[in-house]
Design a protein around this ligand. Structure first.
Ligand code: ZN
Length: 255
């Protein structure tokens, strides 16, 4: 089985299309949330994401932009973009976002896998370091392989011999399509972040996603991808929509 892992698309249509064009063959798409917010193509991105099917975990921006939670938790720029998104979205897409399930999701058809937006204990938690990941690895009742987003940082963590270590994909260039694969060993626990499609924050502007594959013999691997896309087009749309300029400039900085 091959799962295409997408997260934090954030209404960036240009980045999403580049990822789909570069993606290898896959059986299903798993979406880890934050379909909308920040960027300027919320309706187009909702339409494409809905056509990909489920599972889709709701993200904090999906929750806020669809009016399920207050914007008080957001900084000024995020709140402005959420308000704009809410006024732009069609009623149908708003309803769809409102009804997205909160993680963790453990679909029966994907045994041993768990999908969350922030972390297995809190959809708003940022799993940014070994300490937080270590606590999450030792929560009772969760899967060995957890896929998360929210931080917009591609990689994740492994718990090996009871020790938590970061996973950081290594790339040779900053402007080509590239991939970086890791083997998931049996008996170890993983927190895997495919990175953000639409607003990477790991100092690499290229759109991020990943592919998870497991084989009959129980072996599994994750391949991380980085894909250049038409940033200028995404930036022009942000400026044309009168969204904060910072949302446009940060795309090319990958921050
Ligand atoms: Zn996000």
């Amino acid at each position: 089985m091959r799962l295409l892992l997408l997260s934090d698309i954030h209404a960036n249509l240009e980045a999403l299309e580049a990822c789909l064009a570069a993606a290898p063959a896959y059986d299903r798409v798993v979406n880890l949330g934050d379909v909308v917010g920040y960027n300027a193509s919320p309706n187009e991105v909702c339409e494409r994401v809905r056509a990909m099917g489920y599972p889709v975990v709701r993200g904090n921006h999906d929750r806020a932009c669809s009016g399920l939670s207050s914007l008080a938790e957001f900084n000024l720029v995020a709140a402005m973009s959420a308000r704009w998104t809410q006024t732009m979205l069609s009623t149908d897409h708003l309803d769809w976002l409102r009804n997205l399930p909160q993680g963790p999701l453990r679909p029966e058809e994907f045994p041993g896998l768990e999908f969350v937006h922030g972390s297995p204990r809190d959809e708003d938690e940022y799993v940014l370091n070994n300490t937080t990941a270590g606590v999450d690895f030792h929560l009772p009742g969760h899967a060995d392989k957890i896929f998360f987003g929210h931080t917009h940082l591609q990689g994740g963590f492994v718990c090996r011999n009871n020790k938590t270590q970061p996973i950081t994909p290594q790339y040779a260039t900053g402007d080509q399509v590239e991939r970086c694969g890791i083997i998931l060993a049996a008996g170890e626990r993983y927190l895997i972040n495919p990175g953000s499609v639409g607003q990477p924050r790991d100092n690499d502007w290229r759109a991020a996603f990943a592919l998870y594959e497991n084989n009959e013999d129980g072996s599994a691997r994750v391949t991380y991808y980085r894909v250049p896309y038409d940033v200028q087009q995404a930036q022009s749309k942000i400026l044309a929509a009168n969204l904060p300029e910072r949302l446009a400039t940060r795309l090319k900085l990958g921050r």
